[in-house]
Every structure is written in structure tokens, then in C-alpha cells.
Ligand binder design. Structure first.
Ligand SMILES: *Cc1c(COP(=O)(O)O)cnc(C)c1O
Length: 452
């Protein structure tokens, strides 16, 4: 597999380098040079394949010779070891489902980021040769990313993860997911904001002394190894609907950094038949505004209920533009954007509950609202099936729900286990000197990652 940079189409990088660098030196994003079209016969019979089989087919086509087939299959079976069901929502008295909710939260951290983080961590572990220097993964998180990365790398040999999270600004469950792992996962509770955490990580990457000593990587959301596995579940969702005789589908995707929807569009480029993708955002609406006005103007992010989507400058948007030759008209043909306020998000949660007895997290509510709006705005004779992505389990955001709904949220087994564990985090100030001292001492504990 060869990749180029969105800032330099002449650049050629191999998959391993792209995975460890995350980002090319020119600050573009890596893109596959060749986007293969899956054979028509596979798509025509896709309903006969499991998620793992589909994942292997898609990954093998993209990665080509980067990883031998048997190794790739092993990686996929380990990484994608949970389901992504498309659950029909049907109102009492109706004969047909109103729409389908694609539940992407059945992995260990209860968010769709598990797909990307688990695949990426295993790819990195695979490429790390024995006796190579330990890979130090630094992640700043506002909640969901840290948990997925922590649980993704947990126990992966030759890797060590340091998570920085803002004290008091992540939910209780999110904090437990960050702070109860042990082994090769370490959490730093930073007295500061998410931006402070991110600044500390950025400074570490720029620090020569640290980079001489440690092999640092960011494992962040623009890594190509996080993007690729997110395309798997689009094919699998289509397969599930095809089993019910539905092949005309629309995907609504709750979007922040636009990695999830970028993976859907990649799947579409690989031959997945999709009528339309809906980019659903909270009031951080840079992309819907752009689709409407043609003017791309980023803004500082604003805090909302759907906080994993509080992004004013979506990092993966460049990838989407690149996929369509930077032609806005081409993007508009396949991507529609809608945006919703907190009040509407809450209304969506209540309506999903009253009509379908379905409890959705705020991000998921926005995806549903966007699908409903798209239906309203589309000609009546269009007979498509709507699929909206549910990116996290509702129990991760308990404070947002009205009491009567909150009390009915089913807490999954993974969370019940967490509740009995004690939190292990090292408190630090938002101060680079202190962070650097921590990383330096840490260096001395080589091969002893379980000591706490
Ligand atoms: C990260 C996240 C999103 C946004 O996904 P992008 O790929 O950044 O667009 C949406 N919902 C949840 C729950 C998330 O954790």
C-alpha cells in the first residue's frame, strides 16, 4: 500500500511509516494512493458475510501487500471482536421499521472509537519488532478518545500509553475507563482544560530531548489506521439491511472531526452503494455552513451536550475534499449537512424514547434528528432505508437525560465491573516542566509497566 499527502500528491509513503507518523511532515493527511473497488460479486452477496469477514475483505483490498493475509486476519479477529448491529426502530401499530440505528458502541469503551483504536493499536504492535524501543503513546482526551485508546492498547506488548485528561471535566464512567487499567496504561489528571492537555502533548512532540529518549507517537484521530477500520461497519450495515431486502440506503453520521463519515465515504468510493450521507452536527457547524454557503470558515469550538462533537475545525474534512478532487459540487451530491442545538438534541432524546422506547446518547439523537430532517426534505416517492449511527452508549452521558429516562438506561457489564475498581491517576499541573519530569522518570521504569 502506498499513501500520499493531501498537501502533496507526489509524496509516496508506505503504510507502516504512515501509521507511526500519523501525519506527514507537510501537515497534510495521508490518503491511500489507490482506492480499490471491491468486486461486484462480493457486494452482490455481501449479506452472506460476517462483520469480521467483511472487515478482512475491505482491509486486504486497501492494504494490499502491507501485511500478509494470515497476520491481517489475526489482527482483525482480535480487534473487531464485538458486534455492530443495525437495530430496527418501529412504532407501535406500524408494519415497517421507521429507520435503523447502527449501534457502534458494543466495544470495551462503549463508543465507536473502539473500532479505530483497537485496530490501530494492534497494527502498531504488529509493526514493532521485538527488542525495539517501547512505543510511547501520548493522548490528550476530552472523554471518549482516551478510553478507546487506553483499552485498545491495554496489554499490547512494547507499548505504553500516557493519557492526559482535564480534572473534573470528564464523566465518571469516562474517568474510570481511563484510570482503572493498570498494566501499560497510565492516566494523568491535569488541573486545567482539554486545551491545556492538548498543548502539553504538542509540546512533548516538539521537545528534542524527549524525542531523543522516547519513541513518541500520538495515535490521534487522523491516523490512517484509525480511519480504515471505520469503513468496515458501513459495509456490514448495508449487508444487514440487504438481508431484509433493502439496498437503497442513507447514512446519517454524528460528526465532530469527520473521521467516521470520511470512512463511510471511503467505503462508498470502494463500491458500497449509498444514496446519501448526512453530516449531522451540533452547533459547531463549520461543515454544514460550508456545504450551504461554499465558504469554509472554522470557528472556536462551543461546548454542547454532544461534547465529543465540539469541534470547530474538523481535522478530517480535508480528507473528504481530497476524496472528491476538492470539488465542492461533487461533495454536495453525496453529503448533506444539518445542525442542531442542545434544546433540539434533548427533544430528540425524548422523542426517540416516547416513540420507540429507544434511549440514545446526545450524539446519536443528533444523527436521528438529521435523518428525520433529510426525510422531510426529500421527495415523497423516495423509498430508501435510513440508518443513523449511534456512536456511544447512553450511560456515558448520564447528566443529560431527564430523570425518567435516565433511570431506564441499562448499564452494560463492562461498566458494572468498572464501578468496583479504584481510580489510579497521577495529578499534575498544566505545566510542561512537570509533565516532562513525569515522562523522564517514567523512562526509568522500562519493562515494568505494571508497577503502580
Ligand atoms: C468522537 C465521537 C464523535 C465524532 O466522530 P468524528 O469521527 O470525530 O466525526 C461522535 N460521537 C461520539 C460519541 C464520539 O465519541
Amino acid at each position: 500500500m502506498k499513501l500520499y499527502s493531501t498537501n502533496n500528491h507526489e509524496l509516496r509513503t508506505d503504510f507502516q511509516t504512515a501509521v507511526f507518523n500519523s501525519m506527514p511532515a507537510d501537515k497534510g493527511l495521508y490518503m491511500p494512493l489507490h482506492i480499490p473497488r471491491l468486486d461486484a460479486d462480493f457486494i452482490d452477496h455481501i449479506e452472506n458475510y460476517t462483520l469480521a469477514e467483511i472487515a478482512f475483505k475491505v482491509a486486504a483490498a486497501l492494504l494490499q501487500d502491507a501485511i500478509p493475509a494470515a497476520d491481517l486476519k489475526y489482527i482483525i479477529d482480535e480487534a473487531i471482536n464485538f458486534d455492530a448491529p443495525a437495530v430496527p426502530l418501529q412504532e407501535a401499530g406500524e408494519t415497517q421499521p421507521d429507520s435503523y440505528v447502527l449501534e457502534l458502541f458494543h466495544g470495551p469503551s462503549l463508543a465507536f472509537k473502539d473500532f479505530g483504536a483497537r485496530f490501530m493499536s494492534r497494527i502498531m504492535g504488529y509493526f514493532l519488532k521485538n527488542n525495539e524501543k517501547t512505543l510511547d503513546v501520548l493522548v490528550a482526551t476530552s472523554g471518549d478518545t482516551g478510553g478507546a485508546v487506553a483499552l485498545g492498547f491495554l496489554g499490547v506488548p512494547n507499548t505504553r500509553v500516557t493519557i492526559l485528561y482535564p480534572k473534573g471535566k470528564v464523566s465518571d464512567i469516562q474517568e474510570l475507563q481511563l484510570c482503572t487499567n493498570g498494566q501499560n496504561i497510565h492516566a494523568l489528571e491535569v488541573s486545567g482544560t482539554f486545551d491545556d492537555c492538548q498543548a502539553l502533548v504538542k509540546q512533548a512532540f516538539a521537545d528534542e530531548e524527549l524525542n531523543d529518549k522516547l519513541r513518541l507517537t500520538s495515535a490521534n484521530s487522523i491516523n490512517i489506521a484509525r480511519l480504515i477500520p471505520q469503513s468496515f461497519y458501513y459495509f456490514h450495515a448495508y449487508a444487514q439491511l440487504k438481508r431484509q431486502g433493502k439496498t437503497d440506503v442513507v447514512f446519517s453520521v454524528p460528526s465532530g472531526n469527520f473521521g467516521n463519515i470520511a470512512a463511510g465515504l471511503l467505503a462508498h468510493k470502494m463500491g458500497l452503494p449509498v444514496r446519501q450521507f448526512i453530516a449531522a452536527t451540533n452547533i459547531n457547524d463549520t461543515v454544514p455552513r460550508y456545504l450551504e454557503s461554499g465558504v469554509y470558515e472554522t470557528r472556536p469550538s462551543v461546548q454542547t451536550y454532544a461534547n465529543a462533537m465540539d469541534v470547530g475545525a474538523p481535522s478530517n474534512w480535508t480528507r473528504i475534499m481530497d476524496l472528491f478532487g476538492n470539488d465542492l459540487e461533487e461533495v454536495r451530491k453525496i453529503v448533506t449537512g444539518y445542525t442542531f442545538t442542545d434544546e433540539q438534541t434533548l427533544q430528540g432524546i425524548k422523542e426517540l424514547y416516547s416513540r420507540f422506547h429507544y434511549i440514545a446518547c446526545p450524539h446519536t439523537s443528533i444523527a436521528w434528528l438529521a435523518l428525520e430532517k433529510y426525510k422531510e426534505n426529500t421527495i415523497a416517492d423516495a423509498d430508501f432505508a435510513g440508518i443513523f449511527a449511534s456512536t456511544a452508549h447512553a450511560c456515558k452521558f448520564p447528566d443529560i437525560f431527564p430523570e425518567d429516562i435516565k433511570s431506564r438506561i441499562e448499564v452494560p457489564g463492562q461498566v458494572k465491573e468498572l464501578l468496583g475498581k479504584s481510580k489510579q491517576a497521577t495529578p499534575i499541573q498544566a505545566d510542561f516542566g512537570e509533565f516532562k519530569r513525569y515522562l523522564n522518570t517514567y523512562q526509568g521504569q522500562e519493562g515494568n509497566a505494571t508497577s503502580y
